[in-house]
Ligand binder design. Structure first.
Ligand code: COA
Length: 319
C-alpha cells in the first residue's frame, strides 16, 4: 500500500477539525407569513425550508466556526499556515474578511477571500488542497461564511424565503498514513458568465434573481459537474458514502439526486432549518454529518456547489 493514490494529483490531506456556527436569531415561515403575501405551505412545498437563521456578520460567524474547528483539531492556531475564506458578503470592500479572521484566530502564513458565491466553499477546498500540494503548507483552514439574508429586498418575498446566514469550517492537515490515501480523488470547476445577470446583487442594492432559470441551470450544472468529478476519481455514484450538494432548494437536490442515481439516504439535507447559506451550506452539512457519525474516516464523499456567476464546482474526497 502507498500513502498516495497514484490516480490523484493531490497530496494526501485529512480533515482534522470541523465546525458550524449559526446565528441565534431564527426566522420562521410563520413570521414571513406576517410580513409578506406568502404561506408556510408555499415555502415548504417550493423550497423545503421551514426556518433560517439571520442577523449574522461574516467575520464574526467565520471566527466562531474557525475557533471551534481549530480547538477540535487540537493544533495551535499559529501552526495553521493558510486560511481560505469563501464569502460573497465580506465585511468591507477591502481588506479581505480573511485578514480580520486570520488576525482574530491567531493564524500564521497567508489568508485570502474567494468569491464564487454558493460554489465558494468547494472552490476554496480545491484551492487549499492545490496549494498544500505545491507549497510548504502542512495545515490550513477553509471556511465558508455568508450573510445573504442581509442582501434580500425588504419587499421581496421570493428571495427572503430562501436565504439564511451561517458559517462552516474545516481544518486540513497533510497526512502521512501509510495504509490508505485520504484526500482529493476528483474535481470539476466551471463558470458560465453568460448567466451573469440571472442571479446578481449590485453595490448597495438587493439580490435579483430569475428563479426558474436558476433552478433549471442548478440541476443541469450540479449533475454535469458531479459526474465529471466522479469520472476523474474513477468512481460511480454508488461508490459515494455521502453526497453533499449545495443547499439551495430541496427540489433542486431531489432532481439532481434522481439524475445522478444517488438515493436521498446517501444525501446530506440541512436546508429545512438553515435555508440557503451560500458558501456556508456545504461545510455546515459536512460538519453536521461528521458530528452525527454519518460519515467518518475511510468514507468517500462528493461535494457539489452551484451558484451565481453562474459558477459550479465538485470534489470527490476520501476522508
Ligand atoms: N410566496 C408565495 N408566492 C410566491 C412567493 C412566495 N414567497 N415567491 C414567488 N411567488 C409566486 C410568484 O410570484 C408566482 O406567482 P404568479 O404565478 O402569480 O406569477 C408563483 O409564486 C410561482 O412562481 P415561480 O417563480 O414559478 O415559482 P417556483 O416554483 O419557480 O419557485 C423559487 C420559486 C424561487 C422558489 C424557485 O424558482 C427556486 O428556488 N429557484 C432557484 C433559486 C435559487 O436556488 N437561487 C440560489 C441559487 S444558489
Amino acid at each position: 500500500m502507498h500513502s498516495t493514490n497514484p490516480t490523484s494529483r493531490y497530496v494526501p490531506t485529512s480533515i482534522i477539525g470541523h465546525s458550524v456556527f449559526l446565528p441565534p436569531k431564527v426566522l420562521t415561515n410563520a413570521e414571513l407569513e406576517r410580513r409578506f403575501d406568502t404561506t408556510d405551505e408555499w415555502i415548504r412545498e417550493r423550497t423545503g425550508i421551514r426556518e433560517r437563521r439571520v442577523g449574522g456578520k461574516t467575520s464574526d460567524m467565520a471566527i466562531e466556526a474557525g475557533r471551534k474547528a481549530v480547538n477540535l483539531a487540537g493544533v495551535d492556531a499559529s501552526e495553521i499556515q493558510m486560511l481560505v475564506l469563501a464569502t460573497t458578503t465580506p465585511d468591507h470592500i477591502m481588506p479581505s474578511t480573511a485578514s480580520l479572521v486570520h488576525h482574530h484566530l491567531g493564524l500564521s502564513g497567508v489568508s485570502f477571500d474567494i468569491n464564487a458565491v454558493c460554489s465558494g466553499f468547494v472552490h476554496a477546498y480545491i484551492v487549499a488542497n492545490s496549494m498544500m500540494s505545491t507549497m510548504d503548507i502542512n495545515t490550513a483552514i477553509v471556511i465558508g461564511s455568508d450573510c445573504l439574508s442581509s442582501l434580500t429586498g425588504a419587499d421581496d418575498r421570493t428571495t427572503t424565503v430562501l436565504f439564511g446566514d451561517g458559517a462552516g469550517a474545516v481544518v486540513l492537515n497533510k497526512t502521512h498514513n501509510k495504509n490508505a490515501y485520504s484526500g482529493i480523488l476528483g474535481i470539476d470547476m466551471g463558470t458560465d458568465g453568460s448567466g451573469y445577470d440571472l442571479l446578481f446583487c449590485p453595490h448597495r442594492g438587493a439580490i435579483e434573481m430569475d428563479g426558474q432559470e436558476v433552478f433549471r441551470r442548478a440541476v443541469r450544472a450540479t449533475v454535469a459537474s458531479a459526474g465529471k468529478a466522479l469520472e476523474m476519481a474513477g468512481m460511480k455514484a454508488g461508490d459515494i458514502s455521502l453526497f453533499i450538494p449545495h443547499q439551495a432548494n430541496y427540489r433542486i437536490i431531489q432532481a439532481a439526486c434522481a439524475r445522478l442515481g444517488i438515493s436521498e439516504q446517501h444525501t446530506a439535507v440541512t436546508i429545512e432549518t438553515t435555508g440557503n447559506t451560500s458558501a456556508a451550506s456545504i461545510p455546515i452539512a459536512l460538519s453536521m454529518a461528521l458530528d452525527e457519525g454519518i460519515v467518518s474516516e475511510g468514507d468517500t464523499i462528493l461535494m457539489s456547489g452551484f451558484g451565481a456567476g453562474m459558477s459550479w464546482s465538485s470534489v470527490v474526497v476520501r476522508l
